[in-house]
Ligand binder design. Sequence first.
Ligand SMILES: NC(=O)C1=CN([C@@H]2O[C@H](COP(=O)(O)OP(=O)(O)OC[C@H]3O[C@@H](n4cnc5c(N)ncnc54)[C@H](O)[C@@H]3O)[C@@H](O)[C@H]2O)C=CC1
Ligand SMILES: O=C1[C@@H](O)[C@H](O)[C@@H](O)[C@H](O)[C@H]1O
Length: 342
Amino acid sequence: MSHHAPLGIAVIGTGKMGADHVRRVRDLISGARIAAVVDIDEARAAHLADGIDGCTAYTEPAAAMDDPAVDALIIASPGPAHEATLLDALARDLPVLCEKPLTPDAESALRVLEAEQRLGHRRIQVGFMRRFDPEHARLKRVLAGGELGRTLLLHCRHRNVSVHDYFTDEMLITDSVVHEMDSARWLLEQEITAVTVLKPARSSLSPRVLSDPQLVLFETAGGALVDVEIFAASGFGYQVQAEAVCERGTARIGEGGGVGGVLTSAAGRWGGEIDQDYVTRFEEAYDREVRHWADATRRGETTGPTAWDGYAAAAVCEAGVRAQATGQRTEVTMIERPAFYA
Ligand SMILES: NC(=O)C1=CN([C@@H]2O[C@H](COP(=O)(O)OP(=O)(O)OC[C@H]3O[C@@H](n4cnc5c(N)ncnc54)[C@H](O)[C@@H]3O)[C@@H](O)[C@H]2O)C=CC1
Ligand SMILES: O=C1[C@@H](O)[C@H](O)[C@@H](O)[C@H](O)[C@H]1O
């Protein structure tokens, strides 16, 4: 498929991320337009469609997929809804940008992986947008450059101001730490082999259903250790930080506090602002991610993070959820990487 007419995109799930992707495609992505929006909340989709020329609102993902104006999909419904939509999309050979997680557990991710392989070509890009973040890309280049030697440790901090009211302990792993699963695999170019989860005293300010914060430890195939602090309701700001400790030095990102990292000195104080949300902290990454996907799709290609990457993260999530529940170090079980995803 090579597109001259604008690529007609359906956005499935029009909550926080979906609505942001709709705005992004509408305002920033050349050669693409929003042809449909889908939400089980009929009023939400209808309200969004109202402001966009030639956009139809649906409550069923499959109905949008059957709309001849729709060439490709962005899936931004919650993780547990992704599998059914992905399988329907693959059955129709539609290109998809699927928000992370691909699916929340390994078995469902494997079903998606198998369906894409049966189709015989890649159609899924997974929304691991940190790979498109300039800071993460610089860290990747430094580590790949080899001057610092092997990476032995990766210290990560992942702090949200707050989370949706439907957030659970499990989602700390499958919805939040899933980002570090992907960034660690990508930065270190190694699979994660085991997960341990430790819980300090919970913050009395976090939602009662959450044991928040938690400390998650990954072991990797090459012997590196990755520790991740996940603090879902930190209250004060959005921070994603990483420091790689290598044989000949360290490299760290995420210290600037986001919003351009401007440090001010005034009125007897110094400091800067901290982003309050991923929507601003990763704005450039999302823009680059969606542009990359739309451009590749118009060329008839699928690139970026693969369904294999989504499956690998889901396999680690599954071990992580078990480790969280049992307090035990839990080994990751995953299939061999199929040649299809080499
Ligand atoms: N890459 C990133 O940094 C981020 C990714 N996400 C991901 O984006 C996705 C959506 O997250 P949010 O926007 O925060 O959630 P949200 O709760 O704000 O929005 C989800 C929307 O999907 C709708 N929905 C639920 N089931 C559906 C179905 N089967 N079909 C169609 N619509 C359905 C809901 O009614 C709601 O409007 C999740 O996969 C999440 O992990 C979310 C935030 C940041
Ligand atoms: O993907 C995201 C959310 O779904 C998740 O819940 C947050 O913890 C992450 O920081 C954000 O990037």
